[in-house]
Design a protein. Structure first.
Length: 425
């Protein structure tokens, strides 16, 4: 009897889930992605994401060549320097922008929403929006049934939970492995770049800036300057391949990212108002304004101009280690498997790299290898949970406030900038 072809169910069309879908689709493996948000452009994905060489390699491998080249064309202009300021905007020191590895590989800077739209291009036929996963069930025949809040069910041979930091798949698969609060909080948001240019010194519009508040919090800002203007049209100097790729990329219609200054403010949770993660929009912007009211008026005013819809706050958390268990047809990918929030510049890259690797393993399973063996290989390649993130946050915070440029400013560039000079790799 010929076997039925393998079918993979992915929960979550985020960075990991969508990248996995590309890998599976190009390998000819059956896949359907179930995404909670109702439409492609929905969801709060306003933050900046740094793509390191691992993430870049995964994108290059998983995406069709034109789409990968479109990705590079959608990245922001890289920062020219990293400068540390006091809260009254006195320049303390300037150093080179972060790079990774001994050979100093460049990083790419993208908006989370732009990268999401990029990854959703070319897999439109396999993504179902408005499908909120609720739970799964293993069937006697070994297949997995996924249940959704609209009362529908889907059945497949493998279920991949790529449903992010608050993963329901994880809660069912690893009920004991919750999240640990590390005692730090980060608020983040963005301001239109033209508005920022009216307030800030010119150098702050060209590089990463770290502002050390005397009373505790640290602010990091970075300009995100793209090849399209505020109405979404290509800027006058964009020609050649970039212009051709960007003007034919259908995903641009769904992305409202424009030039902006991205910022994040972090410090021990005690410096923030109670339960900052529950504050949204204008309330959060006001709370951040309160924390910086004694700072230079330009900075205080800047934060007050933040786009309310893009402002959010998160406690620093890390997933607790999970007990070893036998591999089955249900597994996790990206933040669902191992979260560190806000991320030290690894989460998206780890999710993309694991997605590409898992697509290869599942292609082997589609060719006849036992599914459990493929999933076991995937799970042994994942980073161990329980990384001492509390210590990481304390070190980051101490370094951000240190007076010497020796190691201080580079990790101080904060969540999303893990890069350290002299790192191996
Ligand atoms: C402020 C900030 C800055 C960051 N900067 C960086 C950085 O510079 N570099 C870096 O590598 N990483 C960074 N990260 C981390 C990075 O964004 C995440 O690690 C990455 O997005 C994880 O990808 P994922 O696919 O696992 O999850 P996500 O991209 O979060 O995708 C999860 C998807 O699942 C969907 N979903 C959730 N629940 C359900 C459900 N029940 N049913 C169906 N669908 C569901 C969600 O809508 C979403 O589309 C940053 C994070 C933050 C908050």
């Amino acid at each position: 009897m010929p076997q039925k072809p393998l079918h993979v169910l992915i929960i979550g069309a985020g960075l990991g889930g969508a990248c996995l879908a590309h890998g599976l689709k190009s390998a000819g493996v059956g896949v359907t992605v179930y995404e909670r948000v109702a439409a492609r452009h929905e969801g709060a994905f306003g933050c900046r994401v740094t793509i390191d060489p691992d993430g870049d390699r995964a994108l290059r491998n998983a995406l069709p060549p034109d789409l990968y080249n479109t990705f590079t064309a959608t990245c922001a202009e890289p920062p020219r320097h990293l400068t540390v300021y006091s809260e009254v905007l006195e320049e303390l020191f300037t150093t080179a922008p972060p790079v990774v590895g001994r050979r100093g590989a460049a990083l790419r800077y993208t908006s989370h929403m732009t990268l999401r739209q990029l990854l959703l291009t070319g897999i439109e036929d396999v993504v179902r929006f408005g499908k909120e996963f609720v739970r799964y069930e293993r069937r006697p025949d070994g297949r997995i049934a996924a249940f959704f809040s609209d009362g529908t069910t889907a059945v497949g041979d493998v279920l991949v939970g790529a449903d992010g930091a608050d993963s329901r798949v994880r809660r069912q698969l690893l009920p004991q492995a919750g999240l640990q609060d590390c005692g730090f909080t980060t608020a983040y948001g963005k301001v239109d770049l033209l508005e920022a240019a009216r307030l800030l010194p010119w150098e702050m519009l060209r590089g990463i800036s770290v502002v050390r508040g005397a009373s505790g919090p640290v602010l990091v800002t970075q300009p995100m300057d793209f090849l399209w203007d505020s109405s979404g049209e290509l800027k006058g100097h964009v020609h050649g391949l970039d212009a051709a790729l960007l003007s034919t990329w259908a995903g641009r219609r769904h992305d409202d990212t424009r030039d902006h200054l991205t910022w994040w403010l972090f410090g021990p949770s005690g410096l923030f108002p109670a339960a900052p993660e529950r504050l949204r929009g204008a309330d959060l912007v006001e709370a951040v304004g309160g924390m910086t009211r004694h700072w230079d008026p330009a900075l205080h005013t800047l934060l007050g101009l933040s786009e309310p819809d893009a402002a959010a706050a998160t406690r620093a958390v890390v997933s607790r280690p999970a007990e070893p268990r036998e591999a089955t047809g249900v597994t996790l990918l990206g933040d669902a498997g191992h979260v560190r929030l806000p991320d030290p510049g690894e989460g998206a890259n780890a999710a993309l790299a694991a997605a590409w690797s898992l697509s290869g393993l599942l292609a082997e399973a589609a060719a006849g290898r036992p599914v459990a063996a493929a999933i076991r290989d995937h799970e042994t390649r994942l980073p161990a949970s329980g990384f001492d993130f509390s210590a990481y946050w304390k070190r980051l915070y101490r370094q951000a406030r240190a007076d010497t440029p020796v190691i201080g400013p580079v990790p101080a560039a904060g969540p999303g900038l893990r890069a350290v000079r002299g790192d191996s790799g």
